[in-house]
Design a protein around this ligand. Structure first.
Ligand SMILES: [Zn+2]
Length: 296
C-alpha cells in the first residue's frame, strides 16, 4: 500500500506542477482555436474542441459530454458572428459556468480579433445563415495570427503570473507562421487573380489571402441548396468567365459541384477547413493542405 500511495502522491505533485489541476481549461467550438490555444498556452493549458474537424460547424448535435467540458472550462473560444447560434446558447446556459457566459472573463468571441467580411443587410427569410457577416475567417493565416495574439492576451489577463511564457510561445508561433505565409504567398503567386466558384461562402477570407476571386457560389445564399436553374447558369458562365476551380467542404452534397465541374471542365477540390481533417495535426499544416490543394 505504502509505495502505491507514494506513487499517487508524486503523480499528484507532478500533475499539479505541470498539466493537471493547475492547467487552464480551454474549450473551443472549432478545433482550430484549440490548436492555437495549445500553441500559445503550451503546458499551461488543456484544450478540448466540441466540433469534429469534418463536421459542419453550423449545425451540431449536442452531446452530454459537452456540458461537462463547458462546466469545467476556464475559457470558451468560439467563432461568433452567429456561426454557432443554432447550438451553443443552450449548451452555455446548461453549463452553469458563470466564467464563460457572455460578459464573463472566460467568454472569448474570436471574431472580435479579426476584420469581418461580407457584412451586409441580412435576409434570414431567404434562409441566409450568415446574417452578421461571414464567420469563416480562420482559414486566412493572417487571421490565425490575430486570433493567437488575442488568445495570448486572454491568457495573460487570466493568468498574469505566466504572461511572459505566453508572450514567448506566441512570438515563436508568429515567427513560424510568418515564414510559412511567405512560402504560401510565393506558391500562390502563379494562380493570383484566377476566378473560382465555391459551394458555401466559407472561403472569402482565404481567397483574399490567396488573391483569388470568388466568381460565384453554388448555394444561391449561405445555407440555401442550389435549384437546378442556378447550377445551369453557373455552368453557362463558367466557360465565359474562365473559372479555375470549385472549392467545397466535405459535408456539403457533392452532386451539383460535380455536375458543374464536369460540364464546365473545371477542377473540383474538396478541402479540409478545420485542424484534424485530411490528416492535419495543427493550424499550419491545415493552411498548408489548403494551399497545396488549390495550387495543384
Ligand atoms: Zn457558413
Amino acid at each position: 500500500m505504502k509505495p502505491f500511495s507514494a506513487i499517487i502522491a508524486v503523480t499528484i505533485l507532478l500533475l499539479a506542477g505541470t498539466n493537471g489541476w493547475c492547467a487552464i481549461r480551454v474549450v473551443s467550438t472549432i478545433p482550430d482555436f484549440s490548436d492555437l490555444a495549445a500553441q500559445v498556452g503550451g503546458k499551461r493549458v488543456s484544450v478540448t474542441a466540441l466540433v469534429r474537424p469534418t463536421q459542419d460547424p453550423h449545425f451540431l448535435d449536442a452531446k452530454p459530454s459537452f456540458l461537462l467540458s463547458l462546466h469545467q472550462a476556464d475559457i470558451l473560444l468560439y467563432t461568433g458572428m452567429e456561426l454557432e447560434e443554432g447550438w451553443l446558447p443552450p449548451l452555455l446556459q446548461g453549463s452553469r459556468n458563470r466564467a464563460i457566459q457572455r460578459g464573463g472573463a472566460g467568454n472569448v468571441d474570436c471574431s472580435r480579433f479579426i476584420e469581418p467580411m461580407d457584412v451586409r443587410a441580412p435576409d434570414r427569410a431567404m434562409g441566409d445563415i450568415h446574417p452578421g457577416g461571414n464567420p469563416h475567417y480562420w482559414t486566412d493565416p493572417r487571421n490565425g495570427l490575430r486570433i493567437a495574439t488575442g488568445i495570448r492576451d486572454t491568457l495573460c489577463r487570466l493568468d498574469g503570473a505566466h504572461c511572459d511564457e505566453y508572450h514567448r510561445n506566441a512570438a515563436a508561433f508568429e515567427k513560424k507562421l510568418n515564414a510559412k505565409m511567405k512560402e504560401w504567398k510565393a506558391d500562390l503567386k502563379p494562380v493570383a487573380g484566377k476566378r473560382v466558384y465555391v459551394y458555401h461562402e466559407s472561403w472569402v477570407y482565404f481567397l483574399d489571402f490567396a488573391e483569388l476571386v470568388q466568381a460565384g457560389a453554388i448555394e444561391p445564399r449561405p445555407g440555401v441548396p442550389p435549384p437546378p436553374s442556378h447550377a445551369a447558369s453557373l455552368i453557362a458562365r463558367a466557360r465565359e468567365e474562365h473559372i479555375h476551380l470549385i472549392l467545397q467542404e466535405s459535408w456539403y452534397p457533392i452532386s451539383t459541384s460535380r455536375l458543374i465541374a464536369q460540364k464546365a471542365k473545371v477542377r473540383l477540390a474538396v478541402l479540409p477547413t478545420m485542424v484534424g481533417a485530411a490528416g492535419t495535426e495543427n493550424y499550419i499544416q491545415l493552411i498548408d493542405a489548403i494551399v497545396r490543394e488549390v495550387i495543384k
